[in-house]
Design a protein around this ligand. Sequence first.
Ligand SMILES: Nc1nc2c(c(=O)[nH]1)N[C@H]1C(S)=C(S)[C@@H](COP(=O)(O)O)O[C@H]1N2
Ligand SMILES: [Mo]
Length: 496
Amino acid sequence: MSRKPHHVIRAASAGLLSVAAALAVAEFVARFTGGQSSPVVTIGSVAIDLTPTPVKEFAVRTFGTADKAVLVGGILLVLMAVSAGLGILATHQHGLAVAAVAGLGVLGMLAAATRPAMVATDLLPALVAALVGAFTLTALTRPAAEVAPGRRRALRAGLGVVALASLGGLATRLLPVEPLRARFALPRPASPARPLPPGTDLRIPGLTPFTTPKADFYRVDTALSVPRLDAATWTLRVIGASTIELTMADVLRRGLIERDITLTCVSNEVGGPYASHARWLGLPLATLLREAGLPPGADQLLSRSADGWTAGTPLATIMDGRDAMLAVGMNGEPLPAERGHPARLVVPGLYGYVSATKWLVELHLTRYDRRQAYWTERGWATDAPIKTASRIDVPAPLAALRPGPVTVAGVAWAQHRGVASVEVRVGENPWQRVRLAATPSADTWVQWSWTWQATPGTHTLQVRATDTTGRTQPPARVPPFPDGATGRHSIVVTVA
Ligand SMILES: Nc1nc2c(c(=O)[nH]1)N[C@H]1C(S)=C(S)[C@@H](COP(=O)(O)O)O[C@H]1N2
Ligand SMILES: [Mo]
């Protein structure tokens, strides 16, 4: 082909600019229609839902909590490549290229239309993106000879408008998100948590604190854009033998309980970070479900989030006397937006994907043979009690230590059964029982510590916990899919 490189670069830039302007204006519109309607978010959400489980596992393992940023970055990269290509196409197949840019916008509309919680206005950002993209590409790449001078001026004015709107769109991305409306006051619990027993937190440098600081609490969910529900207009539908509907005032009026409960994600690898602790305030779930009435044959509580995500919890577990709750408070405050404001489920002893629905809007008493939840549809286990786990936090892996006394410490958990003992082993030496810190209940993790008389050399330190049913963590390493990882955490250190 005889085209000069700078022509190609100009054409590619025109394509890039058109799609960038389209996306920026879409962001501006999404500022009004809600973050969930941004085309990058809807396309990303479709990608998340369609991604095969092993790939998702790989993403969580490799990128951790940055998985969402990586996904959005990937989508933007693909879009950039496609739009540069369309810009080049426009120099010889003008109409086709413009149609293709508009087609990208239509794809965005399709993505928005397939979101479970979509409303008609969610289509607007992608629709506007399609129009802006097609117009901008036309204005930038139409051969000058074809355009009458008067039209040319109009095109230029139009481009100016698009440029301004794009700047506006970029600015809205940089603005901080608005705070949650109606930050209701939490009532005093009818049944308060007992104060943490003395010695619950050993406060050893490097050891995971007993109560997780707000900023460090692990976050795992499929929401690319955090749903921002208004507690003042929020309602919860409970579908049982009868259907009842509650407002936040209805929830807060009932007797609330306050409990210490440690959450854990099924995707946590041996030694991984996806467990965190908080003090939760909420309505006992069993009371609420009895109020709606348990339909005969119901064995599953299917809970639904405002963004369409679902979890299935065994009804028998919820009703067995444990502190399963509809939580509205966390560490003395209303739930933060990313924790499910204004209400979520918390069920001690079960992994989050079968128990901890955030942005909760519906509870449905049903049967496992009738309805499946989000992750069980994707092959994860129907029943998922948290497996016993233990982790070494200090010393750090590959630490260089001096001979003599060394503090070894970490956490262990076996929610609702409780941790009975933790043992540590250096190399092939006998297992040593370590000191367990105090805990408020069996529904939390426990800190442990041990003083090791370190001798020169390279050593492997290994940990294992035994729960109160007498079962010790098995040595076999299994990955998280489909019902949680097993295996023993170990670290290597050198003493010189
Ligand atoms: N709406 C909604 N709730 C959800 C999820 C989700 O993807 N969407 N993920 C669940 C999973 S897998 C876990 S482990 C917990 C994590 O809760 P956290 O993010 O508050 O730590 O939330 C659960 N609740
Ligand atoms: Mo999870």
